[in-house]
Design a protein around this ligand. Sequence first.
Ligand code: APR
Length: 274
Amino acid sequence: MEAPDPELLELARSARTVTVLSGAGMSAESGVPTFRDAGTGLWARWSPEELATPEAWDADPELVWSWYLWRARQVRRLRPNTGHRAVARWADRARVHVVTQNVDDLHERAGSRVLAHLHGSLFAFRCSVCGAPFPARLVPGLAAGTGAQRPPDPPEPARERPPECPACGGPVRPAVVWFGELLPEEAVERAAAAVAEADLVLVVGTSGLVQPAASLPLVAVGRGTPVVEVNPEDTALTPHADRTVRAGAAEALPLLLPPPDGRRPAARRPSTGR
Ligand code: APR
């Protein structure tokens, strides 16, 4: 990617309150499969209906539990990329609100405080019956560190029984929003407030296909807040964005932000859209 044009750099560097709306593409360069990239997408191996729905859980809690635990352990072996770290560093220079559709913890492990996980988290758990939160530290095989310290994971999930809720004995489930479930209301409210107060909204790595998350950037557009999209491909949001950066998050985000010591990256002609 070539360096963003000076106007886009100025927009990014002068913003005082930035809301970052991230999707699966934010974590792609860390090795977390996206949802819809054909072939490499996470769904390439399983159909969403099989696993990420209340019906799938009711039909076979062990299968759904095993898949999410396997995904969580896989994420723990991965590392935040330079895009996550750039977002975290940005908070040294502006108020940065991170709102993510991702259920991984890579923003947090890069140093960001995540304002809202709109679709929940692989590392939050609750009872599927009484709803009581279940501590992640009690989930087998999850707390064993991150990165290469972790024991190798099997290439496919092995069937495991979900823990029992201490309060009611019900099976514990991932606190992830499944298809057909409502998003956590307070998370959506926090996200909407963050968009409303931003003087720049940065949309990174989302196809903009899933509501209500996909509507958040449009709220910013409606308010006249500059919306910058970072994505190697066109998306449903592209026609509405003020600027598009046709590159991956790990490459583009560090270029949008000033380097830690204030040096300006070598400026070459921009590859940004309108
Ligand atoms: N950097 C930035 N964007 C990237 C990168 C990258 N390195 N690689 C891929 N992308 C883009 C793709 O072009 C695509 O537009 O990331 C986007 C990923 O889109 P999806 O796979 O649809 O993921 P997302 O938009 O986050 O899905 C939203 O759908 O399945 C549900 O709950 C799930 O949170 C998920 C939601």
